[in-house]
Design a protein around this ligand. Structure first.
Ligand SMILES: Nc1ncnc2c1ncn2[C@@H]1O[C@H](COP(=O)(O)OP(=O)(O)OP(=O)(O)O)[C@@H](O)[C@H]1O
Ligand SMILES: [Mg+2]
Length: 499
């Protein structure tokens, strides 16, 4: 590509206590291109971007923007010099409205008056939203919007700075399919305007679709930069992982046993979920497919007692359970990994051990006291099984990479020894290698006679690990298919049944 170089990062190194997060890394981004940054969980992608954006200060190396050396002292400095970033972790003022969040720290002032003009703020927000075709009322309180819309606000905010370089750190992890298409149109138009886009994602198909070039990192080191047109998904995976990955899904060895769970005519009070009935067996991996908004998450939340039930019954081993709230559900042998882990599941300042064991503390009691050895064995089991990358059990969870934080939360639910495990998008944000570990674990649990219910937007994943798949549509159960004898087309047809 002959486009001019916009950003050049050279010999970047950065250490945290116990970790060399970046070791002599380089990155070159050209104007008018989308540059994908890829690597396993903990490879250093977010850290490299935070060094660019002035959130972290690099230990070594140089950064050049348009040929001029820069070293931003904080994110405000970076924004003022044309570098914007959409973060992996949303960090918004949830009690305030959309336009407050858009202009926080840079409120437009009314002519010569030292206070903020609401009207001006509203108009400016509408202007940005119109330009990007975003349909959100600037006066909506953030907490009242779904995560996906909050993510779109964050994207609009980054774009509104008219930056030359825009970093998207896993922007699509909570977007609906329609919103992903929308984001891609925005990114394409930014590229046409000559911006340099840095795009981080674990979704391989997205990378090949949207990027012009891809830089691969592994263990804090620079590995290679390739033209996206001339590289295959397998080649990227090999560079990321450092070895060939031949199987994406582990072989299925589980056998289906007796009926374990029966759900009868479940309807929700506050969502579309209506009249859902199904059964689940011991040793089964049961998938739940459907479009965004079809009621997949609501179904799990209802069974687990997070959402309010209007009617319906739940039976475990033939005995009726009420599962009125999560505490009761856990007692009845259920566990649930929620979709919005970053917002609801993480105790940021606490360490890996506390975050791993907090929902299963009873197991580690010894004469009324917590047994440290047991706590540490349980935590270590999680670290080893999911290959969680952390310097120690005592590391605060917020200093782990995004994907590794998720692994800790997965561990937490596994440690509750559930008989029925409800997993909402269990591999979201997790790299290809670690996905395999999670699939293996799901199959191992099924092999132990547990029922694992998996909601996933990734159809190949459902086909790869499930025995049966329930298909939701418009809040209702549209059908049920045998994973071995179905096709993506059949599932899509069912998913559209009540739309
Ligand atoms: N503030 C911090 N304090 C201590 N260690 C940190 C901090 N931030 C990052 N690290 C460490 O640096 C390494 C790189 O993390 P980083 O977040 O850059 O990974 P990543 O490539 O973005 O991974 P993911 O795909 O999971 O988001 C990890 O080992 C992480 O634990
Ligand atoms: Mg990251």
């Amino acid at each position: 590509m002959s486009n001019e170089v916009l950003l050049r990062m050279e010999h970047i190194s950065k250490s945290f206590p116990g970790v060399k997060a970046l070791d002599d890394v380089e990155l070159t981004v050209k104007a008018g291109t989308v540059h994908a940054l890829m690597g396993e969980n903990g490879a250093g992608k977010s850290t490299l971007m935070k060094c660019l954006f002035g959130i972290y200060h690099k230990d070594e190396g140089q950064i050049f923007l348009n040929g001029q050396e820069v070293d931003f002292k904080d994110s405000k400095d970076a924004l003022e010099h044309g570098v914007a970033m959409v973060h992996q972790e949303l960090n918004q003022a949830l009690k305030r409205n959309v336009m407050d969040n858009m202009w926080l720290g840079r409120f437009p002032m009314m002519d010569k008056l030292p206070f903020v003009s609401e009207k001006q703020m509203y108009e400016k927000t509408m202007e940005v939203f119109k330009d990007l075709n975003i349909d959100v009322n600037p006066k909506t309180i953030m907490s009242e919007m779904p995560v996906s819309q909050r993510q779109m606000v964050e994207i609009a905010k980054a774009v509104s700075y008219n930056s030359k370089i825009i970093v998207f750190d896993e922007p699509t992890s909570s977007l609906t399919e329609v919103e992903v298409e929308h984001l891609f149109r925005i990114i394409n138009s930014l590229r046409d305007r000559g911006c340099g886009i840095i795009y981080i994602s674990h979704k391989m198909d997205e990378i090949l679709r949207i990027s012009d070039e891809v830089t691969i990192m592994r263990d804090g080191k620079y590995i290679a930069t390739k033209d996206s047109k001339n590289i295959t998904m397998n080649e990227i995976i090999k560079l990321m992982v450092g070895r060939e990955i031949t199987n994406v899904y582990p072989p299925k060895t589980n056998t289906i046993g007796e009926k374990l769970l029966e759900v009868k005519n479940l309807s929700a009070e506050y969502s579309k979920l209506s009249d859902v009935s199904f059964v689940g067996y011991k040793g089964e991996v049961l998938g739940v497919a459907g479009l965004d908004g079809s009621g997949r998450t609501e179904l799990l939340e209802n069974i687990f007692g997070i959402a309010t039930r209007k009617s319906g019954e739940i039976y475990v081993d033939g005995k009726q359970v009420t599962n009125k709230n999560p505490r009761e559900s856990i007692k009845n042998g259920f566990a649930m990994l929620t979709e919005e882990r970053r917002a609801t599941g993480i105790f940021g300042v606490r360490d890996i051990q506390a975050n791993s064991t907090i929902s299963s503390l009873k197991k580690y009691l010894n004469h009324g006291f917590l047994d440290n050895k047991k706590l540490s064995e349980a935590t270590q089991w999680g670290i080893d099984t999911l290959k969680t990358k952390t310097p120690s059990q005592k590391t605060p969870i917020r200093s782990l990479s995004g994907g590794n934080q998720q692994k800790v939360i997965v561990t937490r639910w596994l440690l509750t020894d559930p008989t029925i495990l409800l997993l909402d998008e269990p591999t979201r944000g997790i790299d290809v290698g670690a996905k395999y570990e999670i699939y293996e674990l799901i199959l191992k649990l099924a092999n132990e006679g547990k029922l694992v219910i998996v909601v996933s937007s990734e159809m190949p994943e459902l086909l790869g690990i499930c025995d049966r798949i329930l298909v939701m549509s418009g809040g209702r159960l549209a059908g049920e298919v045998d994973a071995k004898n179905t096709t993506q087309e059949e599932i899509m047809t069912l998913a559209a049944k009540y739309v």
